[in-house]
Write a protein that binds this ligand. Structure first.
Ligand code: ADP
Ligand code: MG
Length: 458
């Protein structure tokens, strides 16, 4: 039986906020780690993506905060900007039980000055990437002498990406006496070394996820490069997949594959590290609000991202690393939902297929893709489209204001409008695609509350 959060020594307001978030029971990694985390122990925790690791360390670091002290007391280091944003958002949700918990993201691509101002005013928690955190320290804007909790999220991925030295340099600015936590979906030897260097008597927690893996059905197909786009089209349409991630091993392949899928009429886009930050954020927003149905991504770009309800993933390229394979397929079938995983295996890649079988102690059939057929009745386009509004929190706009504006000015009902994301100076509104095409407003401006805002149809 999963335990409830009320078995933990947490404050009442925190507990009732967890209830409000719909977190009624602890996930396995939370159940195992939280008692130790709350006692201030160092920890290495490994559990697959989607298992609730953020809330595990988030609840603990919030629990240890001394709000009266407006100094950075917790630092979370993440491999990518997107993951930093996502972790910060989850922390903000967890922090809602208490006013005035200040959380700041420190990631590249954002203006330095507002970050400096925020740090001067005082911040309790920072979340960011190693490069920008180091820059901020060097500029003299960030002080970490009061840090009590340090979290390295997706620790082994950060090592893979060559962040070891940056992390070591950042840690030099923190007190010796602190709690250091390593969270990751996979674990490699290097992580042990990181632990030895920076942790004290760290306990290791590993959650083996047989239970949820059973809900993922895997298919492996013999396929060479030239067939793969046809096969993706057949797999998506015949399985009526309204959303999926296609994994490629290289950034360039991502661009080619997404372009080829767009030519076939799919709403697909690539996501990888060579793209500008703004574009990456926009693409993720559009994927999560159902304006894009296929994301073609590298492992690094997709790492750690919490994308809900993914019915399937497709491995355009099989990976040479069995652990990475498990991690990729773990993106679907999350939180008990069923998932499909398809992997193409070329003649020269049989060894990788065998390695996966050996690693998972399973045996799979290498199927011929000949029987796969395109289902012509399937609508390849995504159900929504995105309207980008050049106005956001700084203009005091909220999601509800946009619903109001669209229904007032255009007669939309609340069903016509999907996910709304309001950022500091920009907002993204998902609108049913049928209505989107008809949307024309005078001077491309939408009136929201008292002012008019320019909009762009993405
Ligand atoms: P991980 O870091 O392990 O990949 P996340 O922290 O991103 O996973 O969590 C995945 C999802 O699970 C998030 O949407 C989060 O809101 C949700 N979640 C976390 N803990 C719980 C819980 N105890 N009950 C229900 N949902 C949860
Ligand atoms: Mg995570």
């Amino acid at each position: 039986m999963p335990q409830r959060f009320t078995t933990l020594p947490l404050n009442e307001k925190m507990l009732s906020n967890l209830e409000q978030l719909g977190y009624h029971q602890m996930t396995p990694v939370q159940e195992k780690s939280l008692p130790l985390l709350l006692q201030g122990e160092d920890l290495i925790a490994q559990a697959k993506t989607g298992s609730g690791k953020t809330a595990a360390f988030g609840i603990a670091l919030l629990h240890h905060l001394d709000l009266a002290q407006l100094k950075v007391q917790a630092a979370v280091i993440c491999p990518t900007r997107e993951l930093s944003e996502q972790v910060a958002n989850e922390l903000r949700r967890l922090a809602r039980f208490q006013d005035n918990i200040k959380i700041l993201t420190l990631v590249g691509g954002e203006a330095v000055y507002p970050q400096k101002v925020a740090l001067e005013k005082g911040v309790h928690i920072i979340v960011g990437t190693p490069g920008r955190i180091m820059d901020t320290i060097t500029k003299g804007h960030l002080h970490l002498e009061e840090v009590k909790t340090l979290v390295l999220d997706e620790a082994d991925r950060m090592l893979d990406m060559g962040f070891h030295d940056d992390i070591a340099a950042i840690i030099k600015y923190m007190p010796e006496e602190r709690q250091t936590l390593l969270f990751s979906a996979t674990f490699e030897k290097e992580t042990q070394e990181l632990s030895k260097k920076f942790q004290k008597k760290a306990q290791l927690i590993t959650i083996v996820s047989q239970q949820s893996e059973a809900t993922i059905t895997q298919h492996f197909y013999q396929a060479e490069e030239a067939q793969k786009i046809d096969l993706i089209e057949a797999l998506i349409t015949s399985n009526t997949l309204n959303s999926c991630i296609v994994f490629c091993n290289m950034k360039l392949t991502c661009d080619d594959v997404s372009e080829a899928l767009r030519m076939r009429g799919f709403d697909a886009a690539a996501l990888h590290g060579d793209m500008e930050q703004k574009d990456r954020n926009e693409i993720l927003t559009m994927f999560t609000n159902q304006s894009l149905s296929i994301l073609v991504a590298t492992d690094v770009a997709a790492r750690g991202l919490d994308i809900k309800d993914l019915p399937a993933i497709i491995n355009y390229d099989i990976t040479a690393h069995s652990e990475v394979h498990l991690h990729r397929i773990g993106r679907t079938g999350r939180m008990g939902k069923e998932g499909l995983a398809f992997t193409f295996v070329g003649a020269k890649e049989l060894k990788f297929f065998k390695a996966i079988e050996a690693y998972t102690k399973e045996s799979y059939t290498l199927e011929s893709p000949k029987a796969l057929r395109v289902n012509k009745h399937f609508d390849k386009t995504a159900p929504m489209r995105t309207l980008k509004i050049l106005g956001g929190k700084k203009e005091k706009l909220r999601a509800g204001d946009f619903v109001g504006a669209l229904s007032g000015e255009l007669g939309y009902s609340s069903e016509d409008v999907g996910k709304i994301m309001v950022l500091d100076r920009m907002s993204y509104i998902a609108v049913k695609k049928e209505l989107f095409y008809k949307l024309h407003l005078k001077d491309d401006r939408l009136k929201v509350k008292k002012s008019k805002y320019r909009y762009i149809k993405l």
